[in-house]
Every structure is written in structure tokens, then in C-alpha cells.
Design a protein around this ligand. Sequence first.
Ligand SMILES: Cc1ncc(COP(=O)(O)O)c(C=O)c1O
Length: 432
Amino acid sequence: MKFFERDNERIQILDGPVNVPVLINQLTNQLSTEEPFYVMDIGEIVRKHQNWIEKMPRVVPHYAVKCNDNDVVCATLAALGASFDCASKGEISKILGLGVSPDRIIFANPMKPNSHLRYADANNVKTMTFDSDTELHKIRKISPDAKLVLRIRCEAEKALCPLGKKFGCDPVEEAPRLIKIARSLDLELVGISFHVGSGCADFPIYYKAISYARDLFDYARTCGYEMNLLDVGGGFPGDKGTTIDEVAPIINSALDQFFPDKSIRVISEPGRYYVSAAFTLVTAVQSKRVCLDFQTGSIDRMMYYLNDGVYASFNCILYDHQVPKPMLLGQNNGKVYNSTVWGPTCDALDQLIENIRMPELQIDDWVLFENMGAYTIPVASPFNGFPLPKIYCYINKDTWEMLNDLCPITDGTFCNPSGNELMINYEDVACA
Ligand SMILES: Cc1ncc(COP(=O)(O)O)c(C=O)c1O
């Protein structure tokens, strides 16, 4: 059994630890400054998974594929025994294509197009969320034996991306009515889910959401349902220097208090947590404008144009409300100016940083951005004809061997048409 057997040339196996700054130094010495690239540390995803299991052993993570659907990410998590949260037919198909069994997938999009629902049903992906009666009627027609998870709304006051405006029913006013409708339609209701908001900065909200779920478990029993699934969603931090050490005890003690019965299966849908820190983006300055103060003739501002922008990796500024923090590679001695940093396209929306004090940069200077693994790659487009960054993947030999042991790979590795990523077939791997 080999992990990524035939693609050693693109997944580099290192004898020692994966030292991202050193690798970036090597790559920037070899590569053209014209195209941006990512350095991906696979070990970071492995460590995140191990840490999750240690800190929240009762909560089975279902990786939110929408966050970063890179094949190496998904295959690594499949090998580790994680499960998956898929939002569409395309995501389900991708994960099933890795050989993951359908019962390790939750179809966690409360709004499901008919054809996606049909696809899920035909492929035995039966666990799915809903938050409206319309969806219940649709599910009854297309997937009558679905295992339904009612998504309630319980939002963090502070989150990068609140989701409650769009998804989740009110736990007190609407949820009981939907439970009754599910009953009247003779559907199987198995649990409650929530998402407190992505990039949550208000961890006690999980306690409140779990307590709402408890009330609804009790209410559902009065309607004849013995629910057995609690899904605590996503919202967990993933950047370098962040941990789940604060949120884990809140969730663990809420579970002990409200769901002491260990036969209740508890799952989660972390996205950002797994991938954010694993990806570092390396860009370079392609062009520059020195803007003068016409009155004094002195330099008012520098404008830099990088080779990646908001239509590609930095869509995370618009979509995920991220604030990119540039790091300069060894060029920190220049005079400092107020600076604006732009992407490469012809659109003025393509602004990465409006105003920052930075040492003067020159054409071909490298600019790095850490924590670029979440909500970047899957949304990126080659708008205006600018190529998307290549991904250079690294893994330490011991981690590689560990994955080889864990991962019953069934068939070889091959490139998908983009030539950038890998496809791997797996046999089923037991849940964590
Ligand atoms: C239903 C659902 N689950 C999980 C996630 C992942 O959230 P996070 O990346 O905050 O963990 C999202 C993000 O939008 C989501 O919509």
C-alpha cells in the first residue's frame, strides 16, 4: 500500500521536518517570479486531525469540503478516517471517488437542487440537513428514506462569516413545527445540527446551541422520534497560533451535561480548522507605481501589483472577509511608504490591501501570505487570463509512512485534467 504512490515527484517526501520557510527559499530560487504558487504542508492537516481527536474525542469531524476541495487535502483526511460534509452533487461525487463510503458523508446543505438530491439518494448518501417544510416535501418525493437532520439557527455574536441570515430555523419558534411536519410526512428525523458562523470568535455560543438541541431532542421524543445525531457544525479556528483549546472544553462539558448518553453520535463540520495554516501563498511584485504628492514633489504612496488577486486566491477577502497580512522575503531594509497592494486583473475591485506601511519593494520581489488554505482555492478563477497558483505539496517521511499504513489505497494515483492535483482511490477507512 502506498500513499500517492505514483506522484512522488509532486508530493515531495522529506527526510526531516517540513520547514516551510526553508522550502519557500529553495522554491523562490528556482521558480519564475511570474506565477504565484502555494506551499502545502500535509503534516499540518495530519496534526490538526490528531489534535481534534485528542481534544474532542467524542466529536467525529466531517471535513467541510467547500472550504478547500484540493484532492490531496481530501485524500489525506480520507486516509486518516475523517468523514465529510458535502454541499452538492459535485462534492459528494469527489469524495465517493476517493472510495469513502456514503455513510461517512453528511449532505449538509439545507437547500438541495433536485438533481443533487437524486444523486445523493442513488449513491446511498442518506444523512442530510434541512431547515424548511418545502425541503421536507422535496425530500419525501426524492429520498423518502433519508435520515434527516434539522438545522437550527444559533449564531455567534462575532464571526467572520455569519450564516444565520441564510440558513437554520429558529430553534424555539420554527423547529417544533418542522418536527411535526416531518412526522406527518412519515420521514425519519435523526438529529439536530447548527453552525454558529464561520470564523467564530464567541465560543460559549456552542454551549447555548447544544442546549437548544437538547430541548429539541426532548420535544422530538414527544412526537415519537428517538433522535441519535447531534451535529455541532463548523466555526473552529485554524490559523497559525490559534487552537481549539478554548472551545473544546466548552463543547465537551456541554455534551456531558446535555448529552451524557454516549449512544448519541456527535459529529462536526470543521473546514477552516483543518486547512487554513497548511497553505502558504507565495506571490511576487509584477508592477509598481510611485505616486507623487504634486505639491511637494515627494513620494505620497507606492502601488504594487502582485500576480494573485481577489479573482483568484484573494477571493477570501470578499467571500470570507479575510484580511491578508503580507510577509516580505528578505527585502525589509527599504524606506517605508504608505502602500496599496493590488491583484493583476484590470478591475479596480482587485485590491488586496488598501493602505499599509511597507518597506519599498521592487519588481520580482516575493511577497508571502500565510494561512491561505481556507476559502481560497475552490473559489479562485483565472479571470483575465491569469493562471492560478500551482500547489507544491510536502510531507515528512514518517508521516508519509504513517499514512501509507493507515491508507488502504486501492488503485494508483493519477492527475486530473488540471494537472495540478491528484486523484486517489481508497477503500473504505473506519471512522475516527
Ligand atoms: C454547512 C456548513 N458546514 C461547515 C462549514 C465550515 O465552516 P468552518 O470553515 O467555519 O469550519 C460551513 C461553512 O460555510 C458550512 O456552511
